[in-house]
Design a protein around this ligand. Structure first.
Ligand SMILES: [Fe+2]
Ligand SMILES: [Zn+2]
Ligand SMILES: [Zn+2]
Length: 405
């Protein structure tokens, strides 16, 4: 819809705008001055600062408000302006898109929350497949499709990737720069490699990777180079942590509150790695934003470190974590599959936990995986760029990077 301004008037510390659809916005004068879209204030590049807006008076009053004849633009002049002759200018469409009334904020948060709309509880945690050959034939559309699947549903499987060393790195780099961690640019999982430890015979419980970092890995890419039929077990499992957290909020509000208030500890002490690691971090299992929305979940039983919390919180913390663990491990919300040689599974590590069933190679054989990571914001950025390039209308989605936007 094309929005135009029907009328605008100054009111004490703000400008009240009435729109062609009857909606009303209230923009504080300080807000209007800060995000001014004139050529002086928005010269087309970021990171510079044309005027120190913190020196504006605390209470900013309006000298003049002018709406153009068609209602497509608005100019505002303020008292106490710090750039001589400056007029605040806005295009109506932009201004309406940035209305911050309660209704517009709720609507925006809801539109962007693709996680709630596609979580396990709505029965849509499925692994959709994309053919590697399509990446070569039609890279833009195929990369967009992979990003879309992982953003909407948390995971995607790229089939028939050549089983060559480092081949998956090419796939990662098509989506985003590789994030190097203490495991290197790429890590290997096989029976000879204890570095990543993932082929030990016990089951690997549901977890996210790299929770001992301030920012856990964003998307992970795991390429199956070899998985012999002689090997029993070793199935992959995925489950949606955001969905589990919403279930906890519904079923046990007190436990939910505890896990969003009392932090867990995480560590990784691996001095034998290619980049020897001594990592510790403290954060909550469930992180809420200003709007009380779940914006991050942290879960990795194998990386928990000794708690550093006040004694009064210890008991309630463990009770809450036990309940959350029970929900995360509910079978009805899991996808279980066996990787095939040539598969690259792409997972949003900040949203979806992965696990592996017990593995048994008593009859010989090899299971060899190569993994790497990409930054969560870089992948979403690629998705938005490609949407624009391909003319696909998308709303920037919530992705699990600690904010609703
Ligand atoms: Fe893992
Ligand atoms: Zn300006
Ligand atoms: Zn509004």
């Amino acid at each position: 819809m094309k929005f135009t301004i029907a009328s605008a008037c100054a009111e004490d510390k703000l400008v009240k705008v009435t729109w062609n659809d009857g909606h009303t916005s209230r923009f504080y004068n300080k807000w209007l001055r800060y995000y001014c879209c004139c050529k002086t204030c928005k010269p087309g590049y970021k990171a510079t600062y044309v005027a120190d807006l913190t020196t504006l008076p605390d209470v900013l009053t309006v000298a003049k408000v002018v709406v153009d004849k068609k209602g497509e633009a608005i100019n505002v002049e303020i008292n106490g302006e710090i750039i001589p002759g400056h007029v605040i200018q806005y295009d109506s469409q932009w201004l309406r898109q940035h209305c911050y009334c309660d209704a517009c904020l709720d609507d925006l948060i809801d539109k962007r929350d693709v996680i709630s709309k596609n979580g396990a509880s709505v029965g849509d945690l499925t692994v959709r497949e994309v053919e590697y050959q399509n990446l070569l034939d039609d890279p833009d559309r195929t990369i967009f499709r992979i990003c879309e699947e992982v953003i909407l549903r948390g995971c995607c499987l790229v089939k028939n990737v050549p089983c060559e060393d480092n081949k998956s790195l090419e796939v990662v780099r098509m989506l985003a720069p590789i994030t190097e961690t203490c495991f290197g640019v790429r890590f290997d999982v096989d029976f000879s490699n204890s570095q990543h430890g993932n082929n030990n015979p016990t089951l690997l419980p549901f977890h996210m990777d790299c929770t001992a970092y301030e920012q856990p890995a964003g998307f992970f890419f795991l390429h199956c180079l070899r998985f012999d039929e002689t090997i029993r077990g070793g199935e992959s499992k995925l489950t949606d942590l955001f969905d589990a957290a919403e279930t906890l909020r519904k079923e046990s509000p007190e436990h939910f509150k505890t896990l969003s208030e009392v932090p867990a500890s995480w560590d990784t002490y691996s001095h034998h790695l290619s980049h020897p690691a001594h990592l510790e971090h403290q954060k909550c299992h469930i992180e809420l934003d200003y709007f009380d929305k779940i914006v991050a979940v942290n879960w990795s039983p194998g990386l928990v470190g000794p708690l550093r919390i006040k004694e009064k919180d210890v008991e309630r913390f463990y009770k809450a974590r036990t309940k959350f663990s029970e929900i995360i491990n509910r079978e009805e919300n899991q996808i279980v599959f066996r990787l095939q040689a040539g598969d690259v599974i792409v997972v949003n590590n900040r949203r979806v936990a992965h696990a592996r069933t017990k593995i048994d190679n008593k009859d010989g054989g090899e299971r060899h995986l190569q993994g790497s990571y990409a930054n969560i914001d870089d992948v979403r950025s690629k998705y938005m760029q490609l949407a624009a390039k391909l003319g696909i209308d998308v709303v920037q989605p919530k992705i699990g990077n600690r904010c609703s936007f």
